[in-house]
Design a protein around this ligand. Structure first.
Ligand SMILES: Cc1ncc(COP(=O)(O)O)c(C=O)c1O
Length: 469
């Protein structure tokens, strides 16, 4: 078999298995040639062959597209309804019991919060760790505890600069993952009993942090594509003494929503008008599928009101526990709170990541990671269209590795989890994402693992369970 025939067969297999859906653009000749290490003429010949087989079609000046013979895709969910005014948060018991049930490594990990560890350059990071620790000056192991690794801080600031945010180094606090950053930011600007505006649905750890700090939630509905409802936020800020907002403006967990640039401008104008700090959780920032990276609200921050939290956990080094916050006018307070709690993230882990950022090829790794996640998203969407009831709704995020499903009303996702676990499949049920335990007929599924026959069978099984309610 010739190289172009083999390459054509590989693309045909992606179409057959649902990785590439009807109507979707396949990689351009230049991109495919670079990504798969074949010559442009091989790609051309392969695409002509696929055209002949009726699998793809060329569109003038737009490239090649998969023909519309895929099943009709499922619809997107609507914006969530508004909850009550303010809510005491008490979800931890439910969250802990669900998370404990998801830990079995034998299950199909649709409920997991992480993508496959195989997607991270762990051997290359290990080399960076060895190199960085071997060359570390003796004094650094103590000196870097409070200030953080200077190379890492500079590399992070450089990445902000490239994405359009000019960040003075003093604003940057290195933390034990984004989770510590988010906790410290909230502590820096609230007292027990205060009101905090959060998303509905929200990342379950947000709810747990509010519960731990005895804060009350004001839930703002989220549109699955466009993010929070700004009218509801404006109204809440006008009427209630909200002390902080905690939002994800890009690739929101669990919906995957990303606000447009104009909406981010409007959000910044609102918090500026009310002088309410925004904690911007941006841990999925690097996992976009769009041509341009989304810009954080932080890029508009003229007054130091935005605390922008990031992390390497989702894009490079899960388990290293290195994150950060660009904390604006609150940097000193956040830094002191860190000294009073954990003092510092591990110095060797910081040095390893700093070395990797300088020499490891982070951007190359990210391009590959984004492409893989996008392909796997296509596979899960196609599989859901094949196996789930036609009235199921699903998000289509522009990045990340989660899909949010809204099943027909009678489906109870906590019961569904119970049934699925008995068959070796996990999922993240809707109620863990809400202070008021709504979203009973919803679930978040993870597509960050290689798509194979086992995944397909698991989707088919889930589909049968959903139809049995
Ligand atoms: C939305 C969101 N924020 C923060 C975190 C925590 O990130 P880290 O592992 O860096 O603490 C996660 C991890 O699941 C997350 O999904």
């Amino acid at each position: 078999m010739k190289r172009y025939e083999r390459f054509a067969d590989e693309i045909a297999e992606l179409i057959r298995s649902g990785v590439l859906k009807g109507g979707e653009r396949i990689p351009s000749v230049r991109h495919a040639s670079r990504t798969y290490g074949v010559s442009p003429s091989t790609v051309f010949q392969a695409y002509y062959l696929l055209e002949d087989r009726g699998l793809i079609q060329a569109r003038a000046r737009s490239g090649y597209f998969v023909r519309e013979h895929a099943k009709r895709p499922l619809n997107e969910p609507d914006i969530s309804a508004r909850a009550g005014e303010t809510t005491e948060v008490g979800v931890s018991e439910l969250v802990f019991s669900v998370l404990a049930s998801l830990r079995d490594p034998q299950t199909v990990p649709f409920g997991s919060a992480f993508p496959s560890p195989g997607l991270f350059p762990l051997p290359r990071l290990a080399r960076s760790m060895a190199h960085a620790v071997r060359d570390m000056p003796a004094g650094a192991v103590i000196a870097e505890m409070t200030a953080g690794n200077p190379d890492l801080r500079r590399q992070i600031a450089l990445r902000y600069m490239v994405s359009g945010v000019m960040l003075p180094l003093e604003e940057l606090v290195i933390t034990n993952g984004a989770m510590e950053a988010l906790n410290l930011c909230l502590q820096a600007v609230t007292e027990p009993g205060d009101l905090v505006a959060i998303e509905a649905p929200a990342f379950y750890a947000t709810l747990q942090v509010l519960e731990r700090l005895k804060l009350k939630a004001v839930e703002i509905p989220v549109h699955p594509r466009e993010g929070i409802d700004l009218d509801v936020l404006a109204d809440s800020l006008r009427r209630l003494p909200i002390k902080a907002c905690w939002f994800m403006s890009s690739l929101q967990n669990p919906l995957g929503a990303s606000m447009g640039e104009a909406k981010k401008d409007a959000l910044y104008a609102l918090i500026e008008q009310h002088q309410v700090p925004l904690i911007e959780d941006d841990v999925y920032a690097e996992l976009y599928f769009t041509r341009e990276p989304p810009k954080p609200v932080k890029s508009r921050d003229r007054q130091g009101l935005v605390m922008h939290c990031g992390s390497f956990s989702k894009s490079l080094a899960p388990g290293y526990r290195v994150g950060w916050v660009a904390a604006g006018r609150f940097a000193e307070q956040v830094s002191r709170l860190k000294l009073m709690t954990t003092i510092s993230p591990s110095v060797p882990a910081q040095a390893a990541i700093a070395d990797y950022l300088q020499h490891g090829g982070y951007d190359r790794h990210l391009r590959k990671l984004r492409h893989t996640l996008e392909m796997q998203q296509g596979a899960m969407l196609a599989s859901a269209a094949r196996h789930f009831p036609a009235s199921t709704r699903v998000t289509r995020p522009g990045g990340g590795y989660f899909l949010w499903f809204e099943f027909p009303e009678p489906v109870d996702s906590l019961q569904l989890l119970h049934l699925a676990l008995a068959q070796g499949i996990s999922l993240a049920p809707g109620p863990i994402f809400s202070a008021t335990q709504r979203f009973r007929n919803c679930a978040r599924l993870n597509h960050g693992h290689a798509w194979d026959q086992r995944s397909e069978n698991a989707m088919a099984l889930l589909g049968r369970m959903i139809k049995s309610f």
